[in-house]
Design a protein around this ligand. Structure first.
Ligand code: SAM
Length: 308
């Protein structure tokens, strides 16, 4: 799974502005904790930098997650903190028949850029609402509520309120995707603790409720997707042709779904077989599947994040 191809094409059609490389450096510097995230919105080249250097990766992470979901069959989608609409492009690939799509974004400039990009793409009738998730705009519940790479930008004191409001708007499910870093996982970890107390069921990727066994050992749960960098991105950021985007995620549903144990490290083929760690209802288990084992045919094809 990688960046949705329709999005890659739409981005390739945009003319990169002069100064993009420096703007990408400023943007990624902020992602690595240098400077203030609020500064992003004061940077005149923030939007092209986001479009070319970050959105392909966030959309690829969302697309990877959507492929791993249990059947949900949503008719309507409400995306929170939409930015330039990464979730919508990934959702269009997964559920082209969605009938109602709503996007809430605080920044008028990001929302305008997202709307312009989607005008010739999927879901051109998306309702864009400029608003702050801490004071949720008037909007009806939708089958699926999503938030991708957004809630980690909240002050931690606002997180429970926004999670509760997001859950209250979710007719069937709430899907959260965050950077696969401690600050992103902190959002996922809080959601997996709070939402079951509000009636939610942890559906994926966790095999069950209860404390996260990764967190219990001071680690955090993440997966990764590899994506090709566009020509513009390579010119702005260096010559490497691909990047690996780490992400953490959680799906919480209104009704229980069958949970499966999950591969939570990259499988490694060694002389004696394939080694990987799985998360189970009993905690983390180190697995070794040998070539002579019945499970070998399945295990040799396993990827990080697969249900097993
Ligand atoms: C890193 S971007 C992610 C955008 C998009 N969801 C994606 O995956 O590419 C985070 C977005 O969340 C928005 N955001 C952060 N806090 C918000 C809030 N309190 N209300 C509404 N939007 C918010 C920001 O304006 C920004 O566009």
């Amino acid at each position: 799974m990688t960046t949705p191809s329709a999005l890659s094409q739409a981005l390739a059609a945009l003319d990169p502005p002069a100064g993009l490389a420096a703007a990408v450096e400023r943007l990624t510097g902020r992602y690595h904790g240098i400077g203030d995230m609020a500064e992003v919105f004061r940077d005149p080249l923030a939007i092209p930098a986001y479009l070319h250097a970050r959105m392909p990766a966030t959309a690829a992470a969302v697309a990877a997650v959507l492929q791993q979901l249990p059947p949900l069959g949503p008719q309507s989608l409400l995306d929170l903190g939409s930015g330039c609409g990464a979730v919508l492009w990934a959702a269009a690939e997964r559920w082209p028949g969605l009938t109602t799509v709503t996007a809430i974004e605080r920044s008028a400039a990001f929302a305008a850029a997202g709307k312009a990009l989607l005008a010739d793409g999927p879901f051109p009738t998306t309702r864009w609402i400029q608003g702050d998730l801490r004071r949720m705009p008037e909007v009806a519940p939708h089958d699926l509520v999503t938030a991708s790479y957004a809630l980690n930008e909240l002050d931690p004191s606002d997180l429970d309120g926004v999670l509760t409001t997001a859950w209250n708007h979710a007719g069937k499910a709430l899907l959260l995707i965050e950077p696969g870093m401690p600050r992103g996982f902190a959002v996922i970890e809080r959601a997996r603790t709070l939402l079951p107390t509000l009636g939610g069921h942890l559906a994926a990727p966790c095999p069950g409720a209860g404390p996260c066994p990764k967190a219990a050992v001071g680690d955090f749960c993440r997966f990764a997707v590899r994506l090709a960098r566009s020509r513009t991105h390579r010119q702005a950021k260096g010559t490497r042709g691909f990047e690996d985007e780490p992400y953490s995620w959680i799906l919480v549903t209104r009704t229980p779904v069958e949970n499966r144990r999950r591969v939570v490290t990259p499988p490694e083929v060694r002389g004696d077989g394939v080694h990987f760690q799985v998360c189970t209802t009993d905690g983390l288990t180190e697995m070794l599947v040998r070539r002579r084992d019945d499970a070998w045919t399945q295990a040799k094809k396993l990827e990080w994040g697969d249900a097993f």
